[in-house]
Every structure is written in C-alpha cells, then in structure tokens.
Design a protein around this ligand. Structure first.
Ligand code: GAR
Length: 202
C-alpha cells in the first residue's frame, strides 16, 4: 500500500482486465522499472487477458458480478481478492466495470481510457467520438474516483481521426498510443508517486 509519495521498493501491481488484454501485454513486455505484476484479475472467465497472464505464470483471479447478490457484495469480494496480493497499485486496463467504494477506499487505482477525458467517458468512447464527428480523439490515463471516468488526469495523448476510420481501426490506433502511455505513466507513478496536486484534488 505504498505509492502516493513512492518509490521505496519494488511496486506490486494488480492489473484488472475484461477482454483481450493487449494493454496488460504491454506491461508484461515492457515492465516499468522496479515493478512486478503480482496478479491479474478479471470480471469474467474465458478471456484472452487471462490467457496472457497464465502464459507468464502470473496468478489470476476472477470475480464475476453475476456471482453476487448485489454490487456492494461484489465490491467487497473484489477488494478481498485484490488484497490477497498486497498490491501497491491497481491498474484498470480494459476492465469494463465501475469499481466500487470498498476497492477505492483501500487501493490507489489507475485507469486507461480510449478518449481525451472529460470528452467521451463510458464504455463506448471510440464509437461516441466517431459519432460526434470530432477530428481528434486520443487516450487518457487517470486516477480512478467514484465517478465514471471522472478522476484526475495524469497523462493524455492525441490521435487524429482519419476519414476512412471505423470503430475498430480507430480503436487499434488509439490502443497503440495507450500501450506506450500506460507503461510510461505506471513507471512514473511507481518511481515518483502521485503528483501532490492530483492527490489533493482526488
Ligand atoms: C482499451 O482501449 C481501454 O482503454 C478500454 O478497453 C480497451 C482494452 O484493450 N477501456 C475502456 O473503454 C474502459 N472504459 P485491451 O483489452 O486490448 O487491453
């Protein structure tokens, strides 16, 4: 539970995924200095993100929302599953569920999002940017708070929308930037901690 002013020792990371896990793969392939992925958590079974973790012998856990009577029970179970690994930092890397108060009370969580927040929050950011007809979108790494993609922004990168783009081609170009940005920001946060103005505004 270190981080805010950080880097005392090797930072223990828990990465949360819901899908293909290419952002997780970027952290595996380009591990930020002095970090270690101690577990990968998911909200569903049978996803490629878990296969990627297992291929690296990283412990995995799965906490499906449907297994619990309500979101509060799921939130507590997810907090307990994460806590088993004594992480310093949680990274939501394509985790498609809103984290609850119990998780956020106990852990510092970073999220990566495929838009230039505060523009296009939510689960369909790439589709929404295309539908809005903007010429530039991008990606954001931010601290998670209890809102939907509302936490303090740590870093962003722009991506131009091309006339021939569809949701899939644009999302892939955004993810190329997200992978680099995520590795960079995780490294910075683990080395230098969370910038003080971000802690106080969160
Ligand atoms: C990424 O673009 C990530 O920002 C997005 O899911 C993708 C995961 O890609 N997350 C959200 O939209 C959360 N609102 P991956 O499964 O290939 O790592």
């Amino acid at each position: 539970m270190a981080i805010p002013g950080s880097a005392s020792s090797r930072a223990r990371l828990v990465v949360l995924v819901s899908g293909t896990g290419t952002l997780l793969q970027a952290l595996i392939d380009h591990p930020p200095v002095n970090t270690e992925i101690v577990a990968v958590g998911a909200d569903r079974y049978g996803i490629e993100g878990l296969v990627r973790a297992e291929a690296e012998a990283i412990p995995v856990f799965v906490t499906p929302l449907e297994d619990f009577p309500d979101r509060g029970a799921w939130d507590r179970a997810l907090r307990d599953a994460i806590a088993e690994y004594r992480p310093d930092l949680i990274i939501s890397a394509g985790f498609m569920k809103i984290l609850g108060a119990e998780v956020l009370k106990d852990f510092t969580v970073l999220n990566t999002h495929p838009a230039l927040l505060p523009a296009f929050p939510g689960a369909h950011a790439v589709r929404d940017a295309l539908a809005a007809g903007v010429s530039v979108t991008g990606c954001t790494v931010h601290l998670v708070d209890e809102g939907v993609d509302t936490g303090p922004v740590l870093a962003q990168r722009e991506v131009a929308i091309l006339p021939e783009d569809d949701e899939s081609s644009l999302h892939e170009r955004i993810k190329q930037q997200e992978r680099e940005l995520l590795v960079e920001v995780v490294g910075r946060v683990c080395a230098e901690g969370i910038p003080q103005e971000r802690v106080s505004s969160s």
